[in-house]
Design a protein around this ligand. Structure first.
Ligand code: FAD
Length: 537
């Protein structure tokens, strides 16, 4: 996989040096890249500023010793041309980005006592798998699947209401978001408790809560429904690896006269007389543009990038109150040699649940422990087996990833320290975590041990360092009912010409962040974006 590209660099190419920028986009995650590419498709010259040395945010890929891993792209739904988001993404990448199906099954779940269930790639097969496992619960399963479809549909109205200007937002909320409100204010548990009292069926229904990082007692049912609906037609993976997403979108930005600067750390958004006019970089450089779109997360933008005078205003405080970051995570990045398919690996993700009850969302680890209890859930992915273009070479090189949640508070004392320079106490703790997680993973897939050639653990401090979410969070704001009720979490704000993009505008996930990017562009250029989106629908 190629991590370099002619579409981004530290410094502007000579032919762009004097560009009068139509827009600056802060952050090159899926949200920022989508906004930038959509504005570029309207002919705007957009400058994307990314603090990391690889663009893409959580879609970026990285390499060590000949292996390449993705960071936050394991299974993505709704990317084919059968869906509106899929058609739009194709348009925004000029058809350069292709997706490979993970196959008939995209997620496999393993619970105690040998219970296993697969999530397949059609709604009918999904229903049938649930019924096969719980034959006495047909009514509950059918009602649940009906809710999933209904709520997903209602949430479209919710997002529509969020792009209208402030003065029209109250009637728009009433008109378009009323039905969604009836659902997003309920927790997932509340809805499932009305459907069934079978705890194992409930556990299976919420088995994918790890895709949004909030336990059923805390999450909004709207989020649960959106994720299940997202995957009704299966999961996909970018051909060539997740780095191809940035390559596809940022070429569109460049083709229209825009550019992406990496290692470009924005320190503050410049606001003059209530109007956003540009940004100041960490090295003091000021860059001006007609519009500024922050795709660095709404909470992060308010708390870190707004000038103090704006940050203390009522709207800004309302935006960040009552919302909390979703949990943090650790990830084992594994390099294999040999035929790992013979050892049980495949394109489908594997979820290993240690217990049926979902009472804790995290692996409860402490720095003073020599050994740890087992993590409640492991999420395992083999990216090289998903990518039809992966060349394993003579040594049959393959990759694996093992993710589990951990509390940010354990890592917080080292927040702000430099990657690989966090001192011996931290390195020893991290080594113990790595060994424990690897052993837990191998207890589920023992035959992989002989193929392991490289292992590296990322912690929430790596996430903080490379992607800058608040509290090292895996997914940004936790999708609770309060989060959906917060009327400030939308692309517009009272600062003129400042807009928000990305997953915190909509929901977590590659396509969630993409839709956040579309809403930001629609708020900035309503008429032209509407016309363009309609043309690809
Ligand atoms: C381990 C993991 C697994 C995941 N698995 C999946 C999956 O299988 N399927 C799926 O759909 N989703 C998955 N996700 C979620 C998905 O990747 C994210 O929700 C989505 O990519 C977020 O996009 P974003 O644009 O909102 O934010 P980000 O990707 O976080 O982008 C924000 C960008 O802003 C930059 N930035 C921040 N501050 C500044 C600054 N001051 N100056 C310049 N740049 C700045 C950051 O460096 C970053 O590049 C996963 C995420 C993780 C972490």
């Amino acid at each position: 996989m190629k991590l370099r590209s002619p579409y981004w660099s530290k410094k502007l190419p000579a032919d762009r040096a004097d560009t009068a920028w139509d827009a600056i986009v802060i952050g090159s995650g899926m949200g920022g890249m989508t906004t930038a590419a959509l504005l570029a498709r309207l002919g705007r010259k957009v400058l994307v500023l990314e603090q990391h040395y690889i663009p893409g945010g959580f879609t970026h890929a990285f390499s060590r010793k000949g292996w390449t891993w993705d960071v936050g792209v394991h299974a993505v739904g709704e990317v084919t041309e059968h869906t509106m988001p899929g058609r739009l993404l194709k348009d925004l990448t000029g058809g350069r980005l292709e997706w490979a199906s993970l196959g008939e099954v995209y997620d496999e779940f393993y619970w105690p006592e040998g219970f296993r269930i697969d999530f397949p790639n059609t709604p009918d097969k999904f229903r049938q798998n649930l019924i096969n496992a719980f034959p006495d619960e047909v009514e509950a399963i059918d009602t649940y699947l009906r809710y999933v479809r209904e709520v997903g549909g209602h949430m479209k109205g919710y997002y529509l209401a969020r792009i209208v200007p402030d003065m029209a937002s109250t009637p728009a909320e009433w008109l378009f978001a009323r039905k969604a409100r009836e659902w997003f204010l309920k927790s997932t548990d509340e809805v499932l408790d009305e459907l069934t009292d079978n705890p194992q069926l409930k556990a299976v229904m919420v088995a994918q809560w790890g895709y949004y990082g909030s336990l059923p007692q805390r999450s909004s049912f709207a989020m649960q429904a959106l994720v299940v609906r997202h995957f009704l037609w299966g999961g996909y993976y970018p051909v060539g690896g997740s780095g191809e997403i940035a390559r596809g979108l940022l070429q569109t930005v460049s083709d229209a006269g825009g550019w992406t600067r990496i290692v470009a750390d924005v320190e503050q958004i410049l606001v003059e007389d209530g109007v956003a006019v540009g940004v100041r970089m960490a090295d003091g450089e000021e860059i001006r543009a007609a519009k500024v779109i922050s795709a660095a997360g709404i909470v992060s933008t308010v708390n870190r990038l707004l000038p103090e005078a704006e940050r203390s205003r009522e709207w800004a405080q309302e935006a960040v109150s009552g919302v909390a970051p979703a949990s943090a995570h650790v990830c084992l990045y594994i390099g294999f040699k040999g035929d790992i398919t013979q050892a049980g690996a495949g394109p489908a993700n594997k979820w290993f649940y240690e217990v049926w009850e979902s009472e804790s969302d995290s692996w409860e680890v402490r720095t003073d422990q020599e050994s740890f209890e087992r993590a409640p859930c492991l999420y395992c992915s083999f990216p090289s087996l998903k990518d039809p273009e992966h060349d394993p070479g003579e040594e049959l090189r393959h990759t694996g990833e093992v993710v589990t949640f951990v509390p940010w508070s354990v890592f917080e004392p080292w927040s702000g320290t430099r990657w690989r320079k966090r001192g011996p106490e931290y390195e020893a703790f991290k080594a113990r975590l790595q060994d424990a997680l690897l052993e837990e993973f191998l207890s589920h897939m023992p035959e992989l041990r002989q193929h392991i050639d490289y292992v590296e653990l990322s912690t929430p401090l790596s996430t903080e360092y490379f992607c800058r979410p608040v509290a090292g969070s895996i997914y940004g704001i936790e999708p609770t009912p309060e989060r959906f009720a917060n009327e400030r979490l939308k692309p517009r704000c009272p600062v003129k010409n400042l807009y928000f993009s990305g997953s915190e505008v909509t929901t977590v996930g590659v396509m969630g962040a993409m839709m956040g990017g579309v809403l930001a562009a629609a708020a900035a250029e309503p008429w032209e974006v509407f016309q363009h989106v309609r043309s690809v629908m």
